[in-house]
Design a binder for this molecule. Structure first.
Ligand code: NOJ
Length: 802
């Protein structure tokens, strides 16, 4: 069944029924202020920290019918004196709407509903420069005249989201809500007692408020045997004006719009915000009471996205490729950059995850071309999480900049670092330099993470020094075969072997990091270091090929006793996809091994819904191997389709020139392609989930953990830099497409270093790769790289074949 459709003109996905297989969400605002909004109007809003400064109470584990965070009731009096009450979001009244559409836009959601002749259009968003969640509500009467009441509601949470769940006495004893009135203005002020002088939440509307409630018990009525579906207080003309000094805090505002005749429309703006005090919030509250200011803020949001997405726009013969590459994929990259793994329907925040070193380093690849300066800011923060020995803290809280080693601390006898974290940032910094040409960044000083007892950094070093130490750490931290030690885990968090295990993936990552640094060494005048790392590269290449070739693929790890994991002789986990894609990406695999390994993936790991991470799955918990064995076969890292690993296969296939296969892999996981099989896929069709259940699992094809996944950035890189082949380099823009044979013509508009390139790729002979002629403004260029040119608009033609 279909649950909606793409509207590319408005850059939206439009959900046409509230009965999506699971909650689908959208993001509004940023980590500074914002959160997620689901397709039935529920909103999880926080400021700066989703775990420790949460504003609305959203418990995603509760059933879909449950109230979550925010909603809106609408009512009118019937001839018998009782009220007809419904929610235009469907939840929580669950009354069938005559029309429902949730337009999932770029940082806004718009809900268009109709119920018994009342039409509403509710747009929710956070202004670009504001710290307030706005609900812009338009109510129109299409039916007989009636007096309409609008009752927006928020349920507040304790700022510490975990405490809210774990302490049912302390939490309500510490939370309070007061109403402030001044003329027409009524602001509900909510705070936790201990935060009263530093942070208050507020809830208000640009309409006179005749009554309100701050206490959930009062609002729901009859000791909470009234429910969110049927709040008893809405059956009376006015609310209770409850101002709890103790209790479960909500905000509910009674807004009488008065009589709406047929065709009448009225507009209401509701604000949910947080500030140091109500005084501090006053200018913002005043500003957004004005509809024109709300219109301006919404227009600014649109302008931002217009400019952001104009970095690269493409027209290929595949509509779903175009939709993703032009709109939803870069948008998801922007979201992952912003939220790392901090907040989604699936994750709570710091302690649970926070900003991940590995994750954010990769997320930055997906936004580097669009916003290199902002990306650099986060990259420098990540570098400050790197230790003097070159390894890195696994995650950190961006407010305190306190790092942690994540799960590894729970396992006292396991290594306390990850084998891979520090290498990802090398790609990030290389991407920044290639996009901007700014080598001076390498001179910037950044402290290392290690601190003295007073909390002062023990040492700082240039960015270059940080990158050097990342390489040197891996080179010095090797095991019995000369391969890099695994640490607690590598990219695959869930294979946690005892001390002494070695990782083939880290070995290949090391190779790729060296490849990235070589042109930088040339430009930055580091001949000695270049010679040294070229030596490392050759040695590591030999070690990988001498120790890890298994006959038809590469093994993935050596355990602490030197046994192979990912060999034909294993019962489970015989072959792992990253073990095959990465030796190609690193350039370590010979052509012959490359082709054999990639074909093994195709025959042993590929499915119609994506490439599995490994096969077969482990069937039973094995504490030595670790987390991967906590899932049944086919789930997550245990033989599931772990999407993040799929684009690496796309890249590897383009490196060997197989555009058909790369595009097949692209299509298999493209969520836009799943719009017709959503009863199987279940996840949002407009963003990549983290995982899809594999074919060993009875729910094969089902996606989960949408939005915050490295799949976003790497698929964007695979699509734009490898399938389309438009790659920024230090000294120009490479045009190196690897297309499916059937694509005879592709156009790409790309901004790069102050110029705009309108590129046409022509493929008259139905080849897949190999630019034979490149013309810039009609003039032929040698090779396939457009050199650096004065700022301007250039017309580029690239021919594959003839
Ligand atoms: C999700 C984590 O966020 C990511 O860092 C990791 O690489 C994958 N899981 C694979 O285990």
């Amino acid at each position: 069944m279909r649950y909606g459709y793409f509207n590319d003109e408005h850059r939206e996905y439009r959900i046409t029924t509230p009965f999506t297989p699971i909650k689908w969400c959208n993001y509004v605002g940023t980590l500074a202020f914002g959160g997620i909004v689901d397709q039935t109007g529920g909103a999880l809003i926080c400021k700066g920290d989703p775990a420790l400064n949460r504003i609305s109470k959203y418990i995603s584990q509760m059933p879909a019918s449950d109230f979550k965070g925010t909603t809106l009731y609408i009512r009118w009096q019937k001839p018998d004196g009782t009220y007809e009450i419904y929610s235009p979001f469907f939840t929580p009244t669950l009354k069938d709407l005559d029309r429902y559409e949730c337009q999932v836009g770029l940082s806004y959601s718009r809900f268009v509903s109709e119920y018994q002749g009342i039409r509403t259009e509710i747009t929710v968003f956070v202004p670009r420069d504001g710290e307030v969640f706005l609900q812009d509500i338009v109510v129109e009467n299409l039916g007989a005249a009636r007096s309409i009441d609008v009752i927006p509601v928020v349920e507040f949470t304790h700022f510490d989201a975990l405490k809210q769940l774990t302490n049912a006495d302390w939490v309500p004893q510490t939370m309070t809500l007061k109403a402030h009135r001044q003329g027409d203005l009524c602001v509900l002020e909510q705070y936790a007692f201990m935060k009263r002088d530093t942070a208050v939440n507020y809830f208000t509307a640009n309409r006179p408020v005749t009554s309100f409630d701050g206490d959930r018990k009062a609002f729901l009525g009859r000791h909470e045997y009234g429910s969110w579906q049927k709040p008893l207080s809405l059956e009376a003309p006015e609310l209770n004006n409850s101002e709890p000094l103790r209790g479960d805090n909500i905000g509910a505002l009674m807004l009488h719009l008065g009589e709406l005749k047929t065709g009448d429309r009225q507009r209401v703006i509701v604000q949910l915000g947080q500030a140091a005090s109500l005084n501090e919030a006053a200018p913002s509250i005043e500003k957004y009471r004005d509809e024109a200011a709300v219109d301006r803020a919404f227009a600014e949001l649109g302008e931002f996205w217009q400019s952001y997405l104009s970095l690269l726009q493409v027209a290929t013969p595949s509509d779903s490729f175009n939709t993703m590459v032009n709109i939803h994929n870069p948008r998801q990259c922007h979201t992952t950059k912003n939220w790392s793994r901090y907040l989604s329907l699936y994750q709570l925040g710091y302690g649970a995850r926070g900003i991940g070193f590995r994750d954010s380093s990769q997320d930055l690849l997906g936004v580097m071309s669009h916003m290199p300066e902002e990306a650099l800011e986060l990259a420098l923060k990540l570098l400050s999480m790197q230790k003097r020995n070159g390894s890195a803290m696994h995650q950190f809280n961006p407010l305190t900049m306190e790092g942690s080693q994540g799960d590894s601390l729970e396992e006292p006898d396991r290594p306390k670092y990850y084998g891979d974290d520090h290498l990802w940032i090398v790609y990030t910094m290389a991407a920044y330099i290639k996009e901007t040409g700014d080598l001076s960044v390498l001179d910037r000083k950044v402290p290392f993470y290690d601190k003295d007892p007073q909390g002062r950094p023990l040492e700082e070093g240039s960015v270059w020094e940080h990158l050097v130490r990342a390489i040197e750490f891996t080179w010095s931290d090797r095991g019995r075969h000369g391969l890099p030690l695994l640490g607690f885990a590598d990219w695959n968090d869930t294979v946690n072997l005892p001390k002494g295990a070695e990782s083939l993936m880290v070995a290949n990552q090391f190779g790729k990091a060296i490849l990235e640094l070589i042109p930088i060494c040339d430009a930055y005048d580091k001949a000695d270091f270049k010679a040294k790392i070229m030596g490392y590269y050759e040695s590591m290449r030999s070690i990988v090929n001498d120790t890890a070739w298994d006959g038809a693929w590469y093994v993935r790890w050596f355990d602490h006793e030197g046994r192979k994991i990912g060999t034909a002789a294993n019962q489970a986990g015989k072959i792992w996809v990253n073990g095959q894609s990465w030796p190609v990406i690193s350039g370590f695999a010979s052509e012959e091994k490359r082709d054999t390994a990639l074909d093994s993936v195709y025959s042993l790991l590929n499915t119609k819904y994506g490439i599995k991470l490994s096969a077969p799955g482990y069937n039973g918990f094995d504490p030595v191997i670790g987390g991967v064995t906590t899932y049944p076969p086919g789930a997550k890292e245990n033989g599931g389709i772990f999407l993040h690993a799929n684009p690496w296969m796309m890249i590897a296939e383009t490196m060997r020139g197989n555009g058909d296969r790369a595009f097949e892999y692209y299509n298999q996981i493209n969520p836009a392609q799943k719009n017709d099989i959503l009863d199987i896929f279940e996840s949002e069709p407009y963003c990549y989930p983290q995982n899809i259940l594999g074919n060993e699992h009875p729910q094969f094809g089902m996606g989960r953990n949408a939005w915050l996944s490295g799949t976003a950035s790497w698929t964007y890189i695979a699509a734009t830099q490898h399938i389309l082949g438009i790659r920024p380099e230090l000294d120009g823009l490479t045009i190196d497409p690897c297309l499916p044979k059937a694509w005879d013509r592709v156009t790409v508009e790309r901004r790069f270093r102050g110029s705009v390139f309108s590129i046409t790729i022509l493929n008259p002979d139905q080849k897949m790769k190999g630019v034979t002629s490149l013309l810039v403004d009609g003039k032929k260029i040698e090779g396939n790289r457009i050199p650096l040119l004065p700022a301007g608009h250039y017309r580029v033609e690239a021919y594959i074949g003839r």
